[in-house]
Design a protein around this ligand. Structure first.
Ligand SMILES: Nc1ncnc2c1ncn2[C@@H]1O[C@H](COP(=O)(O)OP(=O)(O)OP(=O)(O)O)[C@@H](O)[C@H]1O
Ligand code: SF4
Ligand SMILES: [Mg+2]
Length: 326
């Protein structure tokens, strides 16, 4: 059984100006110790998916359909109290997008980590502080700095502190939402290496959310490409990198600068869909160079284009078997 199994998940925002279908029928699985990269452009629903897994979707958002099974138990059926006590932070935690700025500037970092522990576990302040020091060591910070304030740390170190907080209750799964976006390239690589090491040493499962396809290659065992609230393609990373199947994924690859590459960069023309009234059929059809009549009419199902590799595109209809889900 997969550690995490998401099936047909739909999370919508009920705004005054209409219903935003931010996550619309998303399915995937994650094993213990596995890293999944979720890649897509701004507004494709990546963070909303992360919030959904934590059952922390902000109003006016709501999970309207689907299952989120953790060890076979659908956490959408649990009451909030149980989620708070047993699931959120303890089993699944999240490093929020722009979490760097979320650290309290007037509080020592050790205390901030200890508070996270004390909020959930019945331990003494002293024990919580000792655990905070251990956590700092785990993320590569000298535990002697437990009494420092956030401003005494660089951006990269603050990000390590935030990761330490996400690890405070020893979760099985950490969702990292754009954990390196605000950092320079060298520090980005260090944070990625840290995540890689945590995965290896603690058998941690990681969901890495990013708009940067080149980042996930480093760490992810599998990759889900999101477009307009849906997974367009999902599969083992090496396969997706070797042979991207979906036209959107191919477009994303064409827009990555490659070191030493002479190829001219191609951006995908057009704009992402308005998720209040997404285009009918395939949501990518207004931007797709291969668009056919059927694409404008019918939402493509997933086609099995390789081992554990699925792509939602009508182009595969002739060659690949149709599949119920990813
Ligand atoms: N609180 C909210 N109220 C209304 N709509 C929202 C809210 N949060 C997100 N949305 C909408 O849901 C859709 C998905 O947003 P989301 O933040 O999940 O995208 P994202 O892929 O994380 O984007 P980014 O790369 O910019 O972080 C967008 O259309 C966004 O406008
Ligand atoms: S289903 Fe059609 S429009 Fe959508 S990606 Fe495939 S070819 Fe393009
Ligand atoms: Mg986001």
């Amino acid at each position: 059984m997969a550690l995490l199994k998401v099936e047909g998940l739909k999370t919508y925002f009920y705004t005054l100006r209409g219903v935003v279908k931010a996550v619309d029928n998303v399915s995937f699985e994650l094993e213990k110790g596995e890293a999944l990269g979720i890649v897509g452009e701004s507004g494709s629903g990546k963070s909303t998916l992360g919030f959904s897994l934590l059952r922390l979707v902000p109003p006016p958002g709501r999970i309207v359909e689907g299952k989120i099974e953790l060890d076979g138990q659908n956490i959408l059926e649990l009451d909030e109290e149980t989620v708070r006590k047993e699931i959120r932070w303890k089993r699944i935690s999240m490093v929020f997008q722009s979490a760097l700025n979320a650290l309290n500037p007037v509080k020592r970092i050790g205390d901030q980590i200890a508070d996270a522990i004390l909020a959930h576990e019945d331990v003494s302040k002293k024990e919580a502080l000792e655990r905070a020091a251990e956590l700092l060591k785990m993320v590569g910070i000298d535990p002697g700095r437990v009494n420092n304030y956030p401003h005494e740390f660089s951006g990269g170190m603050k990000q390590r502190v935030v990761i330490a907080m996400a690890l405070a209750l020893n979760p099985d799964i950490v969702i990292a939402d754009e954990p390196t976006t605000a950092l320079d390239v060298v520090v980005q690589a260090q944070i990625l290496n840290l995540l890689k090491r945590l995965k290896r040493e603690y058998n941690l499962s990681i969901i890495l959310i990013t708009h940067d396809l080149s980042l996930v290659a480093e760490i992810a065992d599998k990759v889900a490409i999101m477009y307009g609230g849906k997974i367009a393609e999902i599969g083992p990373s090496d396969e997706i990198y070797k042979a991207p199947a979906h036209p959107y994924t191919q477009g994303l690859f064409a827009s990555i600068p490659r070191i030493g590459g002479k190829k001219e960069l191609k951006w995908i023309p057009g704009v992402p869909p308005d998720l209040r009234s997404p285009p009918p059929g395939c949501r990518f059809h207004p931007r797709c160079p291969y668009v056919m009549d059927v694409c404008k009419r019918d939402d493509p199902p997933y086609f099995n284009v390789g081992e554990n590799h699925y792509s939602a595109c009508w182009l595969h209809r002739e060659k690949a078997p149709e599949s119920a889900g990813s």
